[in-house]
Ligand binder design. Structure first.
Ligand SMILES: C[S@@+](CC[C@H](N)C(=O)[O-])C[C@H]1O[C@@H](n2cnc3c(N)ncnc32)[C@H](O)[C@@H]1O
Length: 404
């Protein structure tokens, strides 16, 4: 099997992916590079965590003093609510603690807090974390967690993938700073894209390609080709399409993309030339007043019209350089960018199978002269179309100075 895709992680049992310390450090360092006081005097909430061994808790507890933080709050979700197959086993940290309660242990969430030196060694670090059981299971949507969200300035976590939309709305509605891990396909969700379009959420800078390795529980079946078990028996899985979603400033989103003009792209950009298959111009959409730009590095510098670009453009998006107008998804039609709604179409698949569909209305349509032999196409109104992958619709920012 190829890399495990986060799409497969929709069921609750597949929500147990634990983030590596180095991945957290890299992203937080980018915020600190931009603003060394990014966490100063802040209360940081880490929900959906397992504070006894979470790298999020470890990272912020270890850096608490250096960052000048005010308070760290970390909460976990009860074992019983996770519906895991492996039997419950409290950690030694918990079972050796005077707070340990055999009955509460699997049924309750936990809260860990850090705000002062507890052990009198004049340092505030991971050894000063205080903990107790929550009254409930630690569900981030529960009433018990709500006041913790209100108290926090910032929320940082890798939330359960199956509840990503809900989690992001939870944080956004509370108007908090946040940095959370998700799959880049979330960009296309109707709950997420408008936040990106309106510059209320953007992608973090530390992951923009490739896979990321996450630790998984012992019970997780490791069939994926890209997985490993470490010498000490810990199990890791590579997951592709991971991104940080954030509203914390960082430097990369203010760096302009260096681009060639249209003429040079058509002459020198090999990927573009290949994709155009002999055509001498960028392809125009039939249902939007815009051109298709199949690769971010093929965006023509200085072009003033509407352009459809792949969602990976957002890894390079600089709001001073470009403006986002929409996305080629039917839920975004009310923005008025779409100019044509097609009647039922005939979809001709790669193997020649013909079926009646409405799919062309959920994307950009490019009219072609000759039907392709190696990919799906659509017939409607006596014309033939192909539908590229979902595109983000952008324009050069009129105030933008950089031509390149
Ligand atoms: C993707 S894991 C990440 C764990 C940790 N934040 C990390 O990155 O190492 C998400 C965690 O959220 C927990 N979870 C699932 N549903 C939850 C809910 N409704 N409220 C709070 N936590 C939940 C899962 O059990 C899981 O431990």
């Amino acid at each position: 099997m190829a890399n495990e895709n986060l799409g497969a992680a929709k069921q609750a049992k597949n929500d147990e992916f634990y983030t590596q310390y180095a991945d957290i450090e890299k992203e937080m360092n980018a915020y600190l590079d931009y603003d060394q006081d990014a966490f100063k005097d802040k209360t940081v909430l880490l929900p959906c965590d397992d504070p006894e061994w979470s790298n999020f808790t470890r990272y912020f507890a270890q850096n608490f003093q250096r960052f000048g933080m005010k308070k760290l709050i970390s909460t976990s979700y009860a074992y019983d609510s996770k519906h895991l197959t492996a039997p419950w086993q409290p950690t030694l940290f918990e079972s050796d603690s005077p707070h340990y309660d055999k009955k509460k242990s699997p049924a309750k969430g936990k809260i860990f807090t850090l705000d002062c030196d507890q052990n009198g060694n004049d340092k505030i670090d991971i050894n000063d974390l205080q903990w107790e059981y929550l009254d409930g299971d630690g569900d981030f949507r529960s009433r018990e967690i709500q006041p913790l969200l209100s108290e926090a300035d910032m929320v940082v976590t890798n939330p359960p993938f199956s509840l990503f939309r809900e989690f992001l709305s939870w944080v956004i509605n509370a108007r908090k700073q946040f940095s959370v891990i998700g799959n880049m396909n979330a960009i296309t969700y109707k709950e997420v894209f408008p936040l990106i379009r309106d510059n209320k959420t953007w992608l973090g800078p530390s992951i923009s390609s490739g896979d990321r390795e996450f630790e998984v529980p012992d019970s997780y079946p490791l069939e994926a080709a890209k997985s490993r078990i470490s010498k000490d028996g810990r199990r890791y899985l590579n997951i592709k399409g991971i991104r940080w979603f954030t509203n914390i400033e960082h430097g990369r989103r203010h760096q302009p993309l260096q681009l060639m003009n249209m003429e040079d792209n058509l002459r020198y950009n090999r990927k573009l030339i290949k994709a155009l298959g002999g055509a001498k111009e960028y392809r125009q959409y039939d249902n939007y007043d815009g051109i298709d730009v199949p690769f971010t590095d093929a965006i023509p510098a200085g072009y003033k019209g509407l352009m459809g670009v792949p969602i990976s453009f957002l890894d390079k998006y600089n709001p001073e350089q470009f403006q986002i107008f929409g996305i080629t998804q039917s839920w975004d039609d009310p923005t008025g960018l779409k100019q044509v709604i097609y009647p039922t179409q005939v979809q001709v698949s790669k193997n020649g199978k013909r079926s009646q569909v409405k799919k062309l209305n959920d994307g950009a349509a490019i009219q072609i002269k000759e039907p392709p032999s190696d990919s799906t196409y659509y017939e409607v109104n006596e014309k033939t179309f192909i539908k590229p992958y979902v595109r983000v619709l952008i324009r050069k920012n009129p105030g933008e100075k950089h031509e390149g």
